[in-house]
Write a protein that binds this ligand. Structure first.
Ligand SMILES: NC(=O)c1ccc[n+]([C@@H]2O[C@H](COP(=O)([O-])OP(=O)(O)OC[C@H]3O[C@@H](n4cnc5c(N)ncnc54)[C@H](O)[C@@H]3O)[C@@H](O)[C@H]2O)c1
Length: 333
């Protein structure tokens, strides 16, 4: 039996708790949250106990921790869990600073523990089917990737202020998709952006609309466009152009019903937001983590992937601030 401690009983913590308690051979033992009532309620729902970080990490029965607490707690909890020899699943981002994220990667390596970062898009059935078809050679060699990533509406400005900015909070997923789909590393990043949705986001020093252009070591190209507001809902699409064709991955809809009337032809809007759109992906990533832990299979996303995505976010932020192309390590010039 793999006994687990969950840190964070908020939106995503509840999803992970529900998924991990469905895994055979896995038991949720502790739920830890600084908001005691949240920890208590979630623990009770799953037959676990509300506990503390100290108690969970000191308990030799705990083999793994799931870190789903606020972003500013991730690196501290990774360092402590690695030192205690626990396997780690941590939500994105690893940290808001490259230095702390590097320290986490080093600590994980030194401790020799598993550390998976929650880039759930790699586990989405549509996106992963597309990736499988690239690997099978259906479109030849991938050359260009276009990613559209649009939230339905912006979070409160109080969230924006502590989020680390749109590149680290939102595009971190798109940077991971870029690396995963093109299977290559960036040599240059150019990012531009605007505040078109809410001036309060601009006043907080952040952007709500961005476009990023990336060139890879192999000369492959990627364009990412994001916004914090799409009037028609959560829009998550990408297309990959290869030497022998193109693959597109689109949105999911709650139902496939199409209505034809005298007025129009209509269908459902995309699924509402990430909790719905990536419901299956969240379940798949947790299943993958515990499978890796139980059977020794290789993790499909690691702390190194978390670090690489953060480096791209940092480069994009610098590019936008200084209005210039940023060259990355390994580039030719
Ligand atoms: N992969 C994804 O799609 C995805 C989606 C949403 C959130 N996230 C990430 O998950 C994390 C949590 O996001 P959320 O939306 O669930 O936030 P949330 O605010 O709903 O929940 C965070 C919880 O962490 C608790 N917390 C804060 N400090 C803590 C500490 N030191 N120890 C234990 N608990 C602590 C808070 O009390 C809160 O209950 C963030 O880092 C976010 O970036 C990822």
């Amino acid at each position: 039996m793999i006994e687990v401690a969950l840190f964070g009983a908020g939106r995503i913590g509840k999803i992970h708790a529900g998924n991990l308690t469905k895994q055979a051979g896995v038991r949720l033992k502790y739920v830890v949250d600084v908001h005691a009532e949240s920890a208590q309620a979630l623990a009770q729902l799953h037959g676990a106990a509300a506990g503390s970080v100290e108690a969970a990490l000191a308990d030799p029965a705990i083999k793994a921790v799931v870190i789903a607490s606020s972003t500013d707690t991730h690196s501290d909890l990774i360092l402590r869990a690695a030192a205690a020899g626990k396997a780690i699943f941590c939500e994105k981002p690893v940290d808001l600073t490259i230095e702390r994220a590097r320290a986490c990667a080093a600590a994980v390596e030194e401790a020799g523990v598993l550390c998976m970062i929650g880039f759930q898009r790699r586990f989405d059935p549509t996106f992963s089917a597309l990736k499988e078809r690239i690997l099978a050679g259906e479109i030849g060699s991938p050359e260009m990737l276009v990613v559209t990533s649009r939230d339905p509406s912006p979070p409160p400005v109080s969230y924006i202020k502590v989020s680390g900015g749109v590149f680290k909070d939102m595009l971190i997923h798109d940077f991971d998709v870029f690396r995963w789909i093109l299977d290559d590393e960036a040599v240059s990043v150019y990012a531009t952006g605007s505040c078109l949705v809410d001036p309060a986001i601009g006043a907080a020093g952040d952007l709500d609309s961005t476009v990023v252009t990336i060139r890879t070591r192999l000369g492959r190209l990627c364009q990412i466009n994001t916004t914090r507001r799409a009037a028609y809902g959560y829009d998550q699409r990408f297309e990959v152009l290869g030497s022998a064709g193109m693959l597109q991955a689109g949105n999911h809809k709650p139902t496939e019903v199409v209505s034809h009337t005298a007025a129009n032809v209509s269908e459902d809007k995309p699924e509402n937001f990430f909790l719905e759109r990536y419901r299956v992906a969240y379940a798949n990533e947790i299943a993958h983590f515990f499978d890796a832990l139980a059977n020794g299979t290789a993790l499909r996303t690691t702390v190194q992937d978390g670090l690489k995505a953060l480096e791209l976010a940092e480069a994009a932020m610098l590019s936008w601030r200084e209005n210039r192309i940023v060259m990355l390590e390994g580039s030719r010039s």
